[in-house]
Write a protein that binds this ligand. Structure first.
Ligand code: CP
Length: 337
């Protein structure tokens, strides 16, 4: 894949070599993300960060990644704050914003909207989540995290066992991650969800066609055993027709310390794309696991900055200029990492 100037809309654009190229560049970003050095590789460049759905991690980490590479960020964070609320089309919005930006990240509630926007854009567009469809940068950071976590247990992605739990119908992160895992060999997927919220059939079919094993179940405790990674998801309330409908499923599958100890292997990595729903009636990932060494959720969020820096530097073709324009950070950086 030629990253230079590319739109990143779907994980299906990536070959395994492309994923590994992103990971290799992400590794080189640690000194900048960890505030040991700063770089001016993207000095003068502008990111149009357009989020038409709520976001904490994706919006802020894409913004930070761009800032850490020396660039500026312009944000639009609500349909009401944009002329889309006056009836302006995605086509016109893309033509306009791409005249003001060097690259755009966009999140939008409709499936296919980011691809439609990208067709009209004059600069590269990265999909920050298009409804229940895809979230490619989340899948890259999730897989980067899995790779690192497994490496610390001397295990590889090829041959791994993963359980995905929760709302697999509407969860775009599991749609993208499972399709990215398809590029690897002999993955054993256990898909744990209510019968009504199963992984879309076309994705399950693709996993089987690629030679992976897929088990679908609604019995969480039996599905948890023998996995290298358990990836939990929230009931995606915003994709249901009403809160009442989402309430039927909320809290059905929960992982806490007792359930983990009873069912999981001692090294099983616990992941969640976040946000986790910490309200009492949901609580799919309990706070009593917060200090557990295998809880990787905040390593995922930190890794998001590295992976997003890698994407920007590859798309804008500055990967080899990052170190050339680097200086040592002159401020107190503490020991956050
Ligand atoms: N994981 C994720 O997409 O989080 P946000 O919705 O906060 O961006």
């Amino acid at each position: 894949m030629d990253f230079r100037g590319a739109h990143i809309i779907s994980v299906n654009q990536f070959a395994r070599d492309d994923v590994e190229r992103v990971f290799a560049v992400a590794d080189t970003m640690e000194p900048y993300a960890h505030r040991e050095h700063f770089t001016k590789a993207l000095e003068g460049a502008i990111l149009g960060n357009m989020f038409f759905e709520p976001s904490t991690r994706t919006r802020v980490s894409f913004g930070c990644a761009f800032n850490l590479l020396g660039g500026h960020v312009r944000e639009t964070t609500d349909v009401k704050a944009s002329s889309i609320s006056k009836g302006e089309s995605l086509y016109d919005t893309a033509r306009v914003i791409s005249g003001y930006s060097d690259v755009i990240v966009m999140r939008h509630p409709q499936v296919g909207s980011v691809a439609e926007f990208a067709k009209a854009s004059r600069v590269p567009v990265i999909n920050g989540g298009d409804g229940p469809n895809e979230h490619p940068s989340q899948a890259l950071l999730d897989l980067y995290t899995i790779k690192k976590e497994l490496a610390s247990n001397d295990t590889k992605i090829d041959g791994m066992n993963i359980a995905m739990v929760g709302d697999l119908k509407h969860g775009r992160t599991v749609h993208s991650l499972s399709q990215l895992l398809q590029l690897y060999n002999d993955i054993h997927f256990t898909l744990i969800s209510p019968k009504e919220l199963k992984m879309p059939k076309d994705i399950v079919g693709k996993l089987g066609d690629a030679g992976h094993t897929v088990i679908e179940t609604d019995d969480m405790e039996s599905g948890l055993g023998d996995n290298n990674t358990v990836y939990l998801t929230r009931i995606q309330e915003e994709r249901f027709t009403s809160k009442l409908e989402a309430d039927i499923y909320r809290g059905r599958f929960r992982l806490n310390q007792a359930i983990y100890t009873r069912n999981c292997q001692p090294n099983t990595v616990i992941m969640h794309p976040l946000p986790r729903d910490s309200r009492k009636d949901a609580n799919e990932l309990d706070n009593d696991l917060n200090q557990h060494p295998n809880l990787a959720i905040f390593r995922q969020t930190d890794n998001g900055v590295l992976v997003r820096m890698a994407l920007f530097s590859l798309i804008l073709d500055v990967a080899d200029k990052v170190e050339q324009t680097a200086s040592k950070a002159g401020w107190y950086t503490g020991s956050r990492f």
